[in-house]
Design a binder for this molecule. Structure first.
Ligand code: ADP
Length: 791
């Protein structure tokens, strides 16, 4: 029981003499008070420290601290200042003492012996006064308590209504984290009933629960602010992103009372962030490759489920709209949706077709019966559409540089989202990126095609020249340069008449097709470039920019043809001569009408034999040349002694040497081996020696000289015969080429000897050339690798 609640007053009686105290007790007994004794001023003060008294009866004369000193101390103390003091004295009756007593705070000054009745009456007044004061104090405190309770009630109500009024979810927990309170918004959002709230965990997205629990545990552990972004399930079953926050709630001493938490819907901000992130990623994907079919399919995959439940990309292929990509997280639904594809692509009245037609994005915030009907689904398809239950969609045309490539559609369904203007903006931005990617890819493909065409043009063997309508050269490819010897720089931008000599005449001979692909036969015409006459076979095609001429160099072919003509002439002559001799000799021998002299008979047989040899040699040369052409002549190089080989050549030649020719061999001592096929080298040297003899009709010296070169062996065959003009030094090595094809000098030949020599020497890694002047004899030199001397 508190002190205030008791109405029994206490009186403090202070006197150093016990008998006085006893007397006082006796007098005051009937007042029904608690009488507390103190035998000194000090004791009285001690009592006053712990107890409350209605009045103090204080003896003035006491040893130690007297009554006045005690009273002064009592008055000085705040809590005891108002306690009435009655001085009791037997001695200090003079006015000075009485005054001192009052000034020390006395309410009365009583002289001993006192009248018991008066003393009791006086003390009774103070007791009553005290009791009243106590009563008043009690009432005051009661009132204060009631007022406080009222205020608290009011603030609780205010707090709750505030909590219910805010748009956020608000909750509180006790110090252990157990839920105590949820505001109205919580029940409204989650659809839970106030009467039967279930755990908050039930409405948090399962993917977010572990993260939430970790954070909550950490916040509780450290008594620090809890913060998280998580998805909360709405009454309709859809999830929305929230920012959850909770702070500690503490009392004045700082002790944890509990937590106050809020959850703020940040779905829109989150969506905006997702849109931005998606756009950034889509932009990156679209820019990462030129295969737009692949990148668009990737973008569709990216869109689902972040910005759409469905994403479709439709592209025109050869003028027909085709579905390039369709995405959804559920493969089953995807399969179902594919059944609707054909109808959707055909539907002329559907929003997608409208978007393409109008070149404007179309937003359908709410898919209703009418929207579904616009796709023209049959019953089966309508059934599927109902199952897939699209909620809203947005279709944006893909346009770049004025061309519509197709469209992109974003569709919502199970997420429950409804598209608005922001989603339209997102789709428009996405379509802009996608269209640019398609455009870039197509431009690149086109430029690739062109550059491939240009590269092909540079690589072809045919000369290609483009002449514009003004007759100015606009293209001159590499082959044109190679064939004519005139470079691109010298021709581009110049009139063709300035570049090609007698162009007017030539161009009239070249046939021109009216349009590409029209068959036209190329004509062969002689054209002069830089003093060189070329035989060119060309044709042209006219097109809007001018004429393209294509031509090839037939100079060599023409030469070959000429050569063949030479061959036919020479060989037929060469064959006919021995044949005629053989035939004539044989006929003569067969004659029966004349008797042949045995000597003549023998001579005729010798003619047959030698002419047959000649025929054989010609046929052999033809065979060897044929096998060389077909690359079928095996060559087996080895180390052979050049001096020995040359000696056998000279020896063989000597058997049919005309008496006017002196044949000589000069070989230095210790010449190294030559790396060659001995048989072939023998033939080469024999040919050269035979020619030297043959083309020295007036006879003279023929010298075969060996020399040791730098890592090579040189064989020179020198004569002082007819000689060869410088202009013909190269040509005499060509097949069938003869300086004197008509054999005005009566020297026969097939024109194959030197050709065979050149080909054989080349195959043995050697060189052959001639040093000669007309009328001053010739020296043919063959150079072949020398064998390593150390071997
Ligand atoms: P052929 O001797 O059968 O005509 P070759 O190929 O051996 O054929 O020679 C080609 C031509 O080179 C000869 O027709 C001749 O005009 C010329 N020729 C070859 N050797 C000599 C030479 N030693 N002196 C002058 N002319 C030669």
């Amino acid at each position: 029981m508190s002190e205030l609640e008791t109405t029994r007053a206490k009186l403090l009686l202070v006197d150093d003499r016990p008998e006085n105290l006893l007397a006082l007790e006796a007098i005051l007994e009937p007042l029904d008070t608690e009488l507390v004794r103190a035998s000194s001023g000090e004791e009285a003060l001690r009592r006053l420290l712990v107890e409350e008294f209605a009045a103090i009866l204080l003896d003035v004369q006491m040893p130690g601290m007297d009554g006045f000193q005690t009273a002064e101390l009592i008055k000085r103390r705040e809590r005891t200042r108002h306690v009435p003091i009655l001085f009791l004295t037997a001695i200090s009756k003079d006015a000075e003492h009485i005054f001192r007593g009052y000034s020390a705070g006395a309410v009365d000054y009583l002289l001993k012996p006192f009248d018991p009745l008066i003393l009791r009456a006086k003390v009774g007044v103070f007791i009553e006064l005290w009791q009243k004061t106590v009563e008043i104090r009690r009432r005051d405190s009661l009132l204060a308590e009631q007022e406080l309770a009222a205020v608290e009630r009011e603030s609780e109500v205010r707090y709750r209504s505030l909590a219910d009024a805010i748009p956020q979810i608000l909750w509180t927990t006790d110090a252990d984290g157990h839920a105590q309170f949820y505001n109205e918004r919580w029940f409204e959002y989650t659809g839970m009933r106030r009467e039967a709230p279930t755990s908050a965990l039930e409405v948090i997205h399962p993917e977010d629960v572990p993260r939430m629990q970790d954070r909550w545990a950490a916040a509780k552990e450290t008594e620090s602010t809890f913060e998280i972004e998580y998805r909360l399930r709405r009454a309709d079953g859809t999830y929305r992103w929230h920012l959850g926050r909770a702070v500690c709630h503490r009392d004045d001493t700082g002790a944890l009372l509990g937590w106050v938490g809020t959850a703020t819907d940040i779905e829109d901000r989150k969506l905006a962030e997702e849109r931005q992130a998606f756009l950034a990623e889509a932009g990156w994907v679209l820019g990462s490759s030129l295969d737009y079919e692949e990148t668009l399919a990737d973008v569709a995959r990216l869109a689902v489920p972040h910005v759409a439940d469905w994403c479709a990309v439709d592209i025109f292929v050869n003028g027909r709209l085709e579905r390039l990509a369709l995405e959804h997280v559920d493969p089953l639904k995807l399969a179902l949706a594919r059944e609707l594809q054909a109808s959707m692509l055909r539907a002329r009245d559907a929003a997608g077709a409208q978007a393409i037609r109008s070149r404007e994005p179309v937003l359908v915030p709410e898919v209703d019966e009418n929207v579904l009907a616009s796709f023209g689904f049959d019953d089966h398809e309508a059934e599927i559409a109902k199952v897939l239950a699209p909620t809203s969609f947005v279709t944006v045309p893909l346009i770049a540089r004025g061309e519509v490539f197709g469209s992109i559609s974003l569709v919502t369904a199970e997420s429950g989202r409804r598209y608005g203007v922001e989603d339209l903006a997102l789709a428009t931005e996405l379509a802009r990126h996608a269209a640019a990617a398609i455009d870039n890819a197509r431009l690149y493909a086109e430029s690739e095609r062109r550059s491939r065409a240009a590269r092909a043009l540079e690589a072809v063997g045919d000369g290609v020249v483009l002449v514009d309508r003004e007759g100015v050269i606009r293209l001159w490819n590499t082959a044109a340069t190679t064939i004519t010897g005139v470079s691109e720089e010298e021709t581009l931008g110049r009139p063709i008449a300035d570049v090609v000599h007698r162009w007017a005449e030539i161009s009239s001979l070249i046939p021109i097709a009216g349009k590409p692909g029209e068959p036209v036969r190329a004509e062969t015409v002689p054209v002069e470039f830089g003093g060189r006459e070329l035989w060119i076979s060309g044709s042209g095609v006219g097109f809007e920019e001018g004429t393209v001429y294509a031509f090839r160099d037939l100079t060599e072919e023409r030469a070959l043809e000429e050569m063949k003509a030479d061959f036919v002439a020479t060989v037929s002559h060469e064959l006919r001569t021995p044949l005629a001799a053989i035939y004539g000799s044989a006929q003569t021998i067969r004659r029966t009408d004349i008797e042949l002299d045995p000597e003549i008979h023998d001579q005729l047989l010798a003619v047959i034999a030698s002419e047959s040899d000649r025929l054989g040699a010609i046929v052999n040369d033809l065979l060897v040349a044929g096998r060389l052409d077909a690359d079928q002549l095996p060559i087996a190089v080895e180390h052979c002694d050049p001096a020995q080989l040359a000696a056998s050549v000279v020896e063989a030649a000597r058997t049919h040497l005309p008496p006017s020719v002196a044949l000589e061999l000069t070989a230095p001592e210790g010449i190294p081996d030559v790396v060659a096929d001995p048989g072939q080298l023998h033939q080469v040297l024999a040919n050269l020696v035979d020619n030297a003899i043959k083309y020295s009709p007036a006879g003279g010296p023929v010298a075969l000289t060996l020399a040791n070169g730098d890592g090579s062996i040189r064989f020179s065959v020198a004569d002082s015969g007819l000689g060869i003009p410088a202009t013909e030094h190269r040509r005499i090595f060509e097949k069938f080429y003869r300086l004197d094809p008509d054999m005005t000098r009566g020297i026969g030949g097939t024109g194959l000897g030197l050709y065979i020599c050149r080909e054989l020497v080349r195959r043995m890694d050697g060189k052959i050339w001639v040093e000669s002047k007309l009328g001053e004899g010739s020296t043919f030199v063959v150079e072949l690798p020398a064998a390593d001397e150390k071997r």
